[in-house]
Design a protein around this ligand. Sequence first.
Ligand code: AHR
Length: 334
Amino acid sequence: MKRFSLCMIIMICMISILLAACGRVADTEESGISDDDKYIVVGLSQVGAESDWRVADSESMKQTFTEEKGYRLLFDDARQKQENQIGAVRKYIQQRVDYIVLMPVGEDGWDSVLQEARHAGIPVIVVDRMVNVKDSSLVTAHVGADFYSEGKKAVEWIEGRYPSGRNLHIVHIQGTLGSTAQIGRTAALDDALSKHPEWQLLARMDGDFTQAKTYEAMSDYLENAPVRPIIDVVYCENDNEAFGAIEALEAQGYLCGQGGVSVISFDATHDALVAVKNGKLSLCVECNPMLGPLVENVIQEIEAGKVPEKNHYVEEAVFTQNDVTDELLESREY
Ligand code: AHR
């Protein structure tokens, strides 16, 4: 009887250990996280892959948050839909990640889910664009660009390029409506339009930061205009929109560059700089997508028990034809 009980106890213990181990594996497989995880787990919600900039930005995050450096990166591509982003953030909360990195598609609609992250005690680092929340302490830190000042750089170039008092005909292609990049770059142009009554806004269209949508919108505008419009400047809110605009303009017989339409864009990714060098793109205002290392600095500060600065802005340059050399193109990371 005694022997039987001992055997039973040993068997029960072994079964319990086995079940516990199975449970942990199941948890790990589902979430990628186990309780004894030795990594800093970062749950990242990315907008999508709509532009060359975005692809470079995702790459920067993946190269930064590697297992060799002690991170486990959970990456979600929201395909430009906010509801997908909210779903991803909720999943990260359930998985009890250490940090949430959010690159929001638009500014509004984040209060509830960021409250949930706060209740779970998970710091939220907002990257690239901003969120518009009632309680700003829901955001631990923000890393990104100053989009209004990027827009101002473009406007200053237009002011320098065209003598004051000259009538100027402008077509404006906006980025994803409601995103910080669109809001800032549009505001800079709007301020300039109210300062310069001689600047005429011929058309404003939504290019959603993509080449295809811009090509369609621009072709539609040019094909359906009652008279062939005289266009001096096309203000595109990113490089991919500029590629689509140039394609549509050229298809309709417009010349882009010196002596023709000045196409302006933001980002300054490699292919756009090639277009600047070739003279088709007149101006590129840089928006740096290599944000991974800056986000890592914020995380390391928190890990060291420090309180990180709230806003981290990146330095950005402006490129015209004279600035783009072969060496620059070869050394360009994105
Ligand atoms: O928010 C940054 C903007 O988003 C970049 O300018 C654009 O290319 C991207 O899609």
